[in-house]
Design a protein around this ligand. Structure first.
Ligand SMILES: Nc1ncnc2c1ncn2[C@@H]1O[C@H](COP(=O)(O)OP(=O)(O)OP(=O)(O)O)[C@@H](O)[C@H]1O
Length: 320
């Protein structure tokens, strides 16, 4: 992280072989760097000092840092389940001043939620999640959706509780489906979203979740026919190839172990390859098994048409 950014060396010794005076002063300060919760408090604000601070926090397993009203999220590249527990979501939700708690994506979620709540005429709130490929945007969006599913789904009556649960579950189930059809393994990220998305969560006047809409754009369609070496096609094709049942294989004319010229690197086993998870999520979204089968049949035919037949299979059989 400290090596190179935008072509500028961030080596503090690059300035005449000695640490610059202001940087020396910054590094020698009394407060340990990892305790700096807000990058605007870094003084002087330079590439070196900001990166030093983020690096110190990363080494101390602190992955969120404020930068004024923006939140910087570092990808931990390891599971940190204790950071995303429902109890923690509730803690941020119940806090009188969540911004006084440790920086977290839940602070942003809660602040936004309160903004909607505090206005007499409800005004839409937006959270922009940006970063380079593999930075953790999908993870962050998922965490926000889980947060709202917990804090915005607590209606009182049993009947409405059932409805809220259904909506909450559906919102969360949209993720595996979107990711199966729109994500692929790239050099930078095993589960890279190859499309942009605008997720809208709808609340009623009591700030309970009543629905959600996802608009997708800019799907990287060219990946179907052309992938960089060591990258893969969209997950769904591998899921079908690896996860179809014996009956489905017969029905879809998909022999066990069939290989396709445009489905490279099938030997890589990813957790995203799980067909069952996609099917289950589709079921929860109201896409029943016969409809699912039709969707997968079309996918299978696309595989024959676009990817070429599985080895040794005549075309008329592949298109059946
Ligand atoms: N907060 C986190 N905790 C644990 N793991 C994380 C976290 N953020 C990201 N990751 C890991 O990093 C991987 C890449 O993150 P993610 O898919 O969210 O990146 P992205 O910014 O959406 O990338 P792309 O633009 O390529 O879709 C995740 O699959 C996950 O393994």
């Amino acid at each position: 992280m400290l090596q190179q950014m935008n072509g500028h060396s961030s080596d503090p010794n690059a300035h005449g072989g000695e640490l610059r005076e202001d940087l020396q002063e910054f590094l020698g300060r009394d407060t340990p760097l990892h305790l700096l919760n807000d990058l605007t408090k870094v003084n002087p604000v330079t590439l070196e000092t900001v990166l030093r601070c983020l690096q110190a926090r990363y080494m101390a397993d602190i992955f969120y840092t404020n930068a004024g009203c923006t939140l910087v999220a570092l990808n931990p590249f390891k599971p940190v389940p204790q950071l995303y527990l429902p109890e923690l979501m509730k803690e941020y939700h119940a806090a009188p001043q969540p911004q006084k708690l440790k920086p977290h994506i839940f602070t942003v979620g809660e602040q936004t939620y309160r903004n909607v709540k505090s206005l007499i005429e409800p005004v839409n709130q937006s959270i922009v999640v940006s970063g380079e490929s593999g930075a953790g945007k999908t993870w962050t969006s998922r965490s926000l959706m889980k947060f709202y599913a917990v804090v915005a789904a607590s209606p009182t009556s049993w009947e409405s509780h059932k409805i809220a649960e259904r909506i909450e579950q559906r919102i969360l189930n949209s993720n595996p489906v979107m990711e199966a059809f729109g994500n692929a393994c790239t050099l930078r990220n095993n589960n890279s979203s190859r499309f942009g998305k605008f997720i809208q969560l709808q609340l009623n006047r009591a700030q309970q979740m009543t629905g959600a809409a996802v608009q997708t754009y800019l799907l990287e369609k060219t990946r179907v026919a052309c992938q960089a070496s060591n990258e893969r096609n969209f997950h769904i094709f591998y899921q079908i190839c690896k996860g179809a049942s014996v009956e489905e294989r017969l029905q879809w004319h998909l022999p066990e172990g069939a290989t396709f010229s445009w489905l490279p690197n099938p030997e890589r086993t990813l957790e995203e390859d799980c067909f069952e998870v996609t099917r289950e999520a589709m079921l929860h979204l109201g896409i029943d098994t016969p409809t699912q089968n039709n969707i997968f049949k079309v996918r299978r035919k696309a595989m024959a048409l676009i990817f070429g037949r599985s080895e040794g299979q005549p075309l008329h059989r592949a298109l059946l």
